[in-house]
Design a protein around this ligand. Structure first.
Ligand code: EPU
Length: 431
């Protein structure tokens, strides 16, 4: 397994390009299952989760052509397997997204039931309940969700909780259903809106995406289209926090500042100076130490849970005390124990972390536990006084494209030691 080695202490300075959004690209790739014509998707990030999705679609019979700029052409005219097997679903829960499209276009689907994960139990009951409301017969057999429906029927669906992939799954299924579907208490995340825009380009009739009520008038068939994935707002936020914590100055290109207002507000509160254009953001700290900020995660447009870990670590080195309340997932504080090993002063009170800023963190060997927790360890490593060694970085590779190249471009001292060379590296360290 590869490790990341970081020698912290330098302010980040420079300019980088932000990649396409992982959580938008995943459902858009899956949307190719809804039509027999090719879907051309640009600005797809080069990430492990994207590779897993392409493997899943490929096994089902989707023909995929990827060019050197990561534009993907997905042709689902030859789908021959209507099953998402356990070996892929267990590595990526978002595989559940194939359930709605397969059922809507082919009348049946089998998807391995995703288990719990490092950030919470993460059930999929809302996906199942919504499809049942549209007339699907669903059973759970031998760990698989087995669904059938001659043709799905439009329905009024109220989501008990705001679910991003739940809304996406139902929106895709409803696009090919007979009649009108109304999803109430729908997720308003920009990634849901991006998927809706892609579906509309494919001929779907969708209104209200981006609001809490989405209306979908089903059509007989969808057609091919071209779609460009939106920029990754979480990658954007992560690099902004990195610059703010290190007292640096960065310009991020190919971004959409309007997608992360809640995060930008908190960065301003922390003392960052921000300038934005249509597709760029500049953050400058002029060497100042950030001030602690208090945050509470909630569905969009509130503060995103996917930026929680990064703000915990910002508070670790800030002036003052900040509280961080997690309301979306029940167990998303795994990073806290690792940060404490680097000298952070954090106490947990239920779903709230009370973070007292300290003058500095020190490096340590730490372990990545999930994607955003791993990102927070990288950020901690960037400000730590000595060397930080991060193990299990495959979590980072799921969601951050070329993280060490991008951080190096901003002046960070970070390198990857491939698993195959770890023996030699360890010998050199102990010699
Ligand atoms: N929930 C249910 N039942 C369901 C579905 C969700 O109780 O059927 C609960 C969850 O357990 C959770 C809450 O509803 O407590 C919200 O979960 P949601 O369904 O919105 O999460 P998700 O769709 O599985 C997506 C992102 C996550 C991001 C969350 C919240 C993708 C592929 N994943 O997950 O991204 O944290 O929305 O914004 O879009 C990440 O990128 O690191 C990541 C985890």
């Amino acid at each position: 397994m590869d490790k990341l080695i970081i020698n912290g202490g330098l302010p980040l300075k420079g300019e980088i390009r932000i990649s396409g959004a992982k959580n938008a690209a995943l459902p858009v790739l899956v949307a190719s299952l809804l039509t027999s014509e090719p879907l051309r998707i640009s600005n797809v990030p080069h990430l492990q989760d994207i590779t897993t999705t392409m493997e899943l679609l490929g096994r089902m019979g989707v023909r995929l052509v990827v060019d050197e700029r990561m534009t993907v052409e997905a042709d689902a005219s030859g789908v021959h397997m209507l099953r998402a097997p356990y070996d892929l679903v267990r590595t990526m829960r978002a595989s559940i997204l194939v359930l709605g499209p397969l059922l809507a276009r082919f009348g049946e689907a089998e998807v391995s039931m995703p288990g719990g994960c490092a950030i919470g139990s993460r059930p999929v009951n809302l996906h199942i309940k919504g499809l049942q409301a549209m007339g699907a017969e669903i059973s759970i057999e031998e760990g698989y969700i087995k669904a059938r429906a001659a043709r799905l029927k439009g329905a009024r669906i109220f989501m008990d909780m705001v679910s991003v992939t739940g809304t996406e799954n139902l929106m895709m299924a409803a696009s090919l259903a007979d009649g009108v579907t109304i999803i109430e208490n729908a997720a308003r995340e920009p990634e849901v809106m991006d998927l809706a825009n892609c579906l509309i380009a494919m001929g779907a009739r969708i209104q209200g995406a981006g609001s809490a009520e989405i209306t979908i008038e089903g059509v007989e068939r969808l057609h091919g289209a071209c779609h460009e994935v939106i920029p990754d707002r979480i990658e954007t936020g992560t690099y902004l926090v990195a610059a703010a914590m290190t007292g640096g100055e960065v310009k991020l290109r190919c971004v959409r500042p309007g997608l992360l207002e809640a995060v930008l507000d908190k960065l301003r509160d922390a003392g960052a100076r921000l300038e934005t254009g249509d597709d760029w953001i500049r953050l400058s700290m002029e060497g100042r130490r950030p001030s602690a900020v208090s945050i509470k995660t909630a569905p969009y447009p509130a503060f995103p849970t996917d930026m929680q870990a990064q703000f915990v670590v910002l508070n670790c080195v800030a002036r003052g005390t900040g509280t961080v309340v997690e309301t979306v997932f029940e167990n998303r504080f795994m990073h806290v124990h690792e940060l404490q090993r680097m000298g952070a002063d954090i106490t947990m009170e239920g779903n709230m972390a009370v973070v007292r800023g300290v003058e500095g963190l020190h490096g340590a060997p730490v372990m990545a536990t999930d994607l955003r927790a791993s990102a927070s360890l990288v950020l901690a490593g960037l400000v730590a006084h000595s060397e930080t060694i991060i193990d299990r970085i495959y979590h980072i590779d799921r969601g951050y494209e070329c993280i060490e190249e991008k951080l190096s471009q901003l002046g960070a001292r970070i390198r990857r030691i491939p698993g195959s060379q770890l023996g030699d590296w360890t010998k050199r360290q102990t010699a």
